[in-house]
Design a protein around this ligand. Sequence first.
Ligand code: GLN
Length: 280
Amino acid sequence: MTPSELYFHISRSLENGGIEDSRFEAMCITEHITGMKLQRLLLERSEIDKSKLTEADKLIRKRILGEPLQYLLGEWEFYGLPFYVGEGVLIPRADTETLAELAVEEAKKNGYYRILDLCSGTGCIACAVEAHVPDADITAVEISDKAVSYLKRNIQLNKSKVKILKEDVLKSETAEKFKNADMILCNPPYLTKEDMQNLQLEVQSEPESALFGGDDGLFFYRNITNIWKNVLSAGGMLVYEIGMGQESDVAEILKENGFNNITYKKDLSGITRVVSGIKG
Ligand code: GLN
């Protein structure tokens, strides 16, 4: 079997298995298995090792059963950087690039450099911002053992200077370790109880602790805003990723806690995805 035959085999199998974007996913899987880019492997005439077909069939089976593509590949791109991903950590999403982009712009514009990333997961936000903001001093706070192991590996992979604090962001003792932060970034769990009952099959493989934001989805916004507001300097910025339709509730929470200049930013699908406020 040639690499291109392998690609068409994977593509057909995924399509028959009901995978919507079967060609794109087949490209990702074939590139992963052969170590060649699609343009090249389509021209390659030499036979591949039989073990590669076995490996492909294993991945196809898992994918059809609902395992996320990103977990099967073990690596995914965010903001142009590579991140290791796998069971136990939230997959970096394109939606979250909206937050990273805003954070980079604001940090550069206002000279923010003492930055915290709460509920950091893979560390995608922290590493992306660190890569684009000269002299940024970024600490990623994360409590999950599994996530922290990915976070460590991702910091190494990206040769990043992000520091890690393995603590609970919901404890005031954690916040008390910091002062005079310029910017706090956070993509907390924000799905509601109802959202959790209607999760897409792939998302069901991701950790509930990274998704579920309490019955109304706002638990983390209420608590984090209250606990962390005093860590920011006056004029500092708190930036949240939010779920669809949460903007007015989160803006209200920010205002109740003394934030002003509330701004909103839409993601590429036109959904308001980021809400920020300035500490008064
Ligand atoms: N954006 C994720 C989803 O909708 C949720 C992640 C989160 O709660 N921060 O699947």
